[in-house]
Design a binder for this molecule. Structure first.
Ligand SMILES: Cc1cc2nc3c(=O)[nH]c(=O)nc-3n(C[C@H](O)[C@H](O)[C@H](O)COP(=O)(O)OP(=O)(O)OC[C@H]3O[C@@H](n4cnc5c(N)ncnc54)[C@H](O)[C@@H]3O)c2cc1C
Length: 349
């Protein structure tokens, strides 16, 4: 451990490998075990680097980070306005960690994922990529899973669901901010053919919705079709053999039919606020909530007044420092909208 006192972490030089390119970079990393999902989460920043900018532009990437203390797969998010890349991983970190470092069982959960609060059990390592399939689906959110179920019901078995993360769920895997819940009633925000009599709330919370996506994936036998850790980078129609040619971070495949279910909101949108680059405090997007950062006693500014702002605001509004929002929140949700369903008293009296 270098330069970070008693907490797990590393600060110094490292080598980052992305797409067979190697970069000497400067990093600040931290990490800790999160009892809430049983994973070791590590994260930090890579200083601005022209070579990385050239390779990635404003895109995201996966790679391997090697420091003087270790090596680990990682995920890079878009650069911030200062061109620093945020790096994250859920695995043995690339630095010496305390007793809280993960055991081998959880490392199988994937090289780098976005698992957060209440992670279901079914994360998996990447399956082999087939050479050719009848149908390729991009994304394992509700859209991709729904398409897969319908294909199976129609008797189509030659298909894959290509998912860049390490688990199904999409929106409901990535958004783990406090209070995250649906704003369409749960009984409607479910597949019509797979109602869930066990919803606990009228507007259920994120862990329960994520678990629902996991459950329907199992129930309809989709596991064998899922290929995790596979990001589709390019899709070209080849008129000769009448096939889609798909390039992924793990190789190529072809498909007769392509279904894109990559999600309209799967990329966090970072605002271009003047001065943001120089802000010395912690900055994160609600879709990539930093659970390891305590807001206790902090003055918090919230940019945006959309649906995600309201539950997160309520969660920390009790803090003496209170939230500071850039605009008045849209007030269409009252404080009690996610009501628990009453438990019927059916037992013997
Ligand atoms: C916080 C929040 C709350 C919401 N609440 C509601 C609600 O109450 N009611 C409602 O109707 N809608 C709601 N939405 C909208 C929600 O996004 C949709 O309802 C739905 O979950 C979208 O599903 P999807 O499968 O289309 O996309 P997503 O859930 O975004 O899934 C897309 C998947 O594709 C993967 N992917 C993306 N690009 C690639 C690639 N190139 N290669 C491989 N994989 C890729 C992503 O990793 C992701 O897993 C909410 C959205 C958010 C963010």
């Amino acid at each position: 451990m270098a330069g970070l006192g008693d907490s797990d972490g590393y600060e110094g030089t490292a080598v980052l490998e992305v797409d067979r390119s190697r970069f000497d970079v400067q990093v600040r990393l931290r990490g800790h075990f999160q009892p809430i999902d049983g994973c070791y989460h590590w994260y930090g920043r890579i200083d601005a680097h022209e070579g990385l900018d050239e390779l990635l532009g404003s895109g995201k990437a996966r790679g391997v980070l090697t420091t003087a203390e270790g090596s680990a797969p990682c995920e890079l998010s878009e650069p911030d306005p200062s061109h620093r890349y945020r790096v994250t991983g859920i695995s043995t970190p690339p630095f010496r960690a305390g007793e809280s470092a993960p055991g081998p069982a959880r490392e199988e959960a994937g090289a780098a994922g976005t698992a957060g609060a209440g992670a279901p059990e079914h994360d998996g390592p990447a399956a082999p990529l087939p050479g050719h399939v009848r149908v390729a689906i991009i994304g394992a959110g509700l859209g991709g899973i729904g398409a897969g179920i319908r294909l199976r019901k129609a008797g189509v078995t030659s298909f894959v669901i290509l998912e860049r993360a390490a688990a199904v769920g999409g929106t409901w895997r990535d958004n783990t901010y406090p209070g995250c819940a649906c704003d369409v009633p749960s009984h409607l925000y479910s597949f019509s053919f797979a109602p869930n009599p066990r919803w606990s709330h009228s507007f259920s919370r994120q862990p329960e919705i994520w678990q629902y996506v996991e459950d329907v994936t199992d129930h309809y036998g989709l596991r064998e079709h899922l290929v995790f850790g596979t990001e589709v980078l390019r899709a070209d129609w080849d008129g000769g053999p009448a096939r889609w040619r798909l390039r992924t971070n793990r190789g190529e495949l072809t498909a007769d039919v392509l279904i894109t279910a990559s999600g309209p909101l799967s990329e966090p949108s970072l605002p271009d606020v003047p001065g943001l680059a120089d802000f010395p405090g912690e900055i994160f997007h609600s879709a990539r909530w930093n659970h390891s950062y305590s807001l206790e006693g902090k003055r918090v500014a919230v940019v945006g007044t959309g649906a995600s702002t309201s539950p997160a605001n309520r969660w920390w509004a009790a803090s003496p420092s209170g939230p500071r929002s850039s605009r008045r929140p849209s007030g269409w949700r009252c404080g009690t909208w996610p009501r628990p369903f009453p438990t019927p008293n059916c037992g013997p009296s």
